[in-house]
Design a protein around this ligand. Structure first.
Ligand code: NAD
Length: 484
C-alpha cells in the first residue's frame, strides 16, 4: 500500500487569530492529529498570533483545552500532547498596528517553509498582508491561507484579490474551502477519472439530473447578526455548493495539477446560466415552541435573509445542456447531511413490463455523515413470483470498505493545511474562480432584493419550505429524503 503519510518539510506556521473559534475548533486539533500521524516534522514551529495578551504557557493551556474539547477522544495521550505543545508558541499582535510585528519577524526562521494562516475577519486581510511585507516576511517562498468568506459580492472579492495581489503572487495564496478537503470530494475525482465505467455515462444523454444537498440541523445561533448580512446563498452556495457542482460537472483535466483542475472548474462556473426566478425557493425557519425562529436568532423581526435556499440551474455546454442541477442548503433541517446524487435516466426500453418495478440507477456521494458512495442498481427480487425488480445499493462506505484506513484519514482542515506546506494548490480556490462564482451569484441576489421577496417559512426539523418540494415535483422529480 502507498504510504498514507507524506512527510512535509520543516515549517513555521503563524496562525493570525490563533485564539479564535476556528483555530480552537479546527486548525489546532488538526495540527495535533497530523503530529500524532507523524506528519509534522521535528523542528516545526506553530505560532499563535492574536490580540489577547498571553504568554507561551497561557496559550499552550488554551491549545490543550481546545484539543481536549474538539480533538478525538482516542488522541488524548498526555505525553504526546505535551510533546506537541512544545512546538507551539504565542505572540500578542495587533493586525491594525505595529505591536508584535518586529518580534514576529525575528521568530521566523530562514531556510524553511513559512505559512501565514489568516484566521481573522476579511477586513484584516489587507492589514496583515501589508505588514508581512513591511516587516520582511512576505518573501517569495511564503504562503498565505485565507478563510471564507472571500468577499460578499463580486466587487468586494475583486477588492480582496487586489489587496492580496499587491503583496503576494497568486501561487502563494491558498483560499480555503474546507469542502474540497473532504475525502469523498477527492474520491469523486478518483471515481470519475480513474475508472472507465462512469465517464461515458457522465453527460446529458445518460444523466437525468443531479441533486446536491447540504443540510444542517443547527441554526444561526450566536452568529445571527453576522449571518443575517450573508444568508444561505452567500454563506454556502457561492462557495461550498458551487465547488461541489464544479467537481461533478467539470471536464477531465489533462492532469491532476492545480491549474489544470481549476481551469476546468472555472469553465463550469462560466457556463452556468442565469437562474430563472421561478426556479429559486428561499426560506426562513419558524419558531417551534422550544426553539427560536430565524428572525429571533438574527435579532431582526423583519429580516428578509434566507436560512434555506433551493434552486435549479443549468450548465450550457455540450456535456450538460438539458440536465438540470438542483441544489439546496439550509439550517435547522431534519438531519445533518451533505450528499450529491447523480440520477441516471431510465433504461431506454423496459423489457420486463411496467409492473416489474424497474428504477433508474443512482450514484450517491455522501460527504457527511458516513463518507462514502452508493451505486443504486436494479436486480431481480430473489425467489419465486416472476420477474419483480428491486433496487439494491452497491455500497462503498469508506469506513467499512477500507477498515481503519478508511475511517482514520485526516479531516478536511488537516489535509488542506498539509497541502499548504507541500505547496499544492489543487484543492484551493483560485482568485478568478471566486470572482466568477460571485459573478454568477450577484445577479441572483440582486434579483430577489429588487423584487422584495420574502422568504417562505419552514418548520424546524423539516426538509425546508413546501415550495422547495414543488420545485422538483413540477419537473416530475423528487428530492432524496434528508436523513442521517
Ligand atoms: P473569532 O472571532 O473567534 O476569532 C478572531 C480572532 O482574530 C481572535 O483570535 C482575535 O484575537 C483575532 N483578532 C481580531 N482582531 C485582531 C487584530 N486587530 N489583531 C490581531 N488579531 C485580531 O473568529 P473565528 O470564528 O475564529 O473566524 C476567523 C475567520 O475564519 C473569519 O474570517 C471567519 O469568517 C472564518 N471562518 C470561521 C469558521 C468557524 O467555524 N469559526 C468557519 C469558516 C470560516
Amino acid at each position: 500500500m502507498v504510504s498514507r503519510v507524506i512527510p512535509v518539510d520543516k515549517f513555521d506556521l503563524v496562525i493570525f487569530g490563533g485564539t479564535g473559534d476556528l483555530a480552537r475548533r479546527k486548525i489546532l486539533p488538526g495540527l495535533h492529529r497530523r503530529y500524532l500521524a507523524g506528519q509534522m516534522p521535528e523542528g516545526a514551529q506553530i505560532v499563535g498570533a492574536a490580540r489577547a495578551v498571553l504568554d507561551d504557557q497561557g496559550y499552550r493551556d488554551m491549545v490543550r483545552e481546545a484539543i481536549t474539547e474538539f480533538g478525538d477522544a482516542e488522541d488524548q495521550d498526555e505525553a504526546k500532547l505535551a510533546a506537541f505543545l512544545e512546538h507551539v508558541q504565542y505572540l500578542p499582535i495587533d493586525a491594525m498596528g505595529e505591536k508584535g510585528w518586529e518580534k514576529l519577524a525575528k521568530m521566523i526562521r530562514p531556510g524553511m517553509i513559512h505559512a501565514y494562516y489568516f484566521s481573522v475577519g476579511p477586513s484584516l486581510f489587507g492589514e496583515l498582508a501589508e505588514r508581512l511585507q513591511l516587516y520582511g516576511m512576505a518573501d517569495e517562498n511564503c504562503r498565505i491561507v485565507v478563510e471564507k468568506p472571500f468577499g460578499r459580492d463580486l466587487e468586494s472579492a475583486r477588492e480582496l484579490n487586489k489587496v492580496l495581489a499587491a503583496h503576494f503572487d497568486e501561487s502563494q495564496i491558498y483560499r480555503i474551502d474546507h469542502y474540497l478537503g473532504k475525502e469523498t470530494v477527492q474520491n469523486l475525482m478518483a471515481v470519475r477519472f480513474a475508472n472507465i465505467l462512469f465517464e461515458p455515462l457522465w453527460n446529458a444523454q445518460y444523466v437525468d439530473h443531479i441533486q446536491i444537498t447540504v443540510a444542517e440541523t443547527v441554526g444561526v445561533g450566536g452568529r445571527g447578526a453576522y449571518y443575517d448580512k450573508s444568508g444561505a446563498m452567500r454563506d454556502m452556495v457561492q462557495n461550498h455548493l458551487m465547488q461541489l457542482l464544479c467537481l461533478i460537472a467539470m471536464e477531465p483535466p489533462s492532469r491532476f495539477g492545480p491549474d489544470e483542475v481549476r481551469d476546468e472548474k472555472l469553465k463550469v462556473i462560466r457556463a452556468l446560466e442565469p437562474v430563472d426566478p421561478h426556479h429559486i425557493v428561499r426560506g426562513q425557519y419558524n419558531a417551534d415552541g422550544k426553539e427560536q425562529s430565524y428572525r429571533d436568532d438574527a435579532g431582526d423581526p423583519k429580516s428578509l435573509t434566507e436560512s434555506f435556499i433551493a434552486l435549479k440551474c443549468h450548465i450550457s455546454n455540450w456535456r450538460w445542456s438539458g440536465t438540470p442541477f438542483y441544489i439546496r442548503t439550509g439550517k435547522k433541517l431534519k438531519a445533518r447531511e451533505s450528499e450529491i446524487v447523480v440520477v441516471f435516466k431510465d433504461a431506454p426500453h423496459l423489457i420486463f413490463g411496467q409492473s416489474s418495478g424497474q428504477h433508474c440507477n443512482t450514484l450517491t456521494i455522501r460527504l457527511q455523515p458516513n463518507e462514502g458512495m452508493t451505486l443504486g442498481v436494479t436486480i431481480k427480487d430473489p425467489g419465486p413470483g416472476g420477474m419483480r425488480l428491486i433496487d439494491v445499493p452497491l455500497d462503498m462506505t469508506f469506513a467499512e470498505a477500507l477498515g481503519e484506513e478508511g475511517s482514520d484519514g485526516p479531516d478536511a482542515y488537516e489535509r488542506l493545511i498539509m497541502d499548504v506546506m507541500r505547496g499544492n494548490q489543487t484543492l484551493f480556490m483560485r482568485g478568478d474562480e471566486v470572482e466568477a462564482a460571485w459573478g454568477w451569484t450577484d445577479p441572483i441576489i440582486a434579483g430577489w432584493e429588487e423584487r422584495g421577496e420574502v422568504p417562505k417559512p419552514y418548520e424546524v426539523g423539516s426538509s425546508g419550505p413546501e415550495d422547495a418540494m414543488m420545485l422538483m415535483h413540477r419537473d416530475g422529480r423528487r428530492w432524496r429524503e434528508i436523513k442521517e
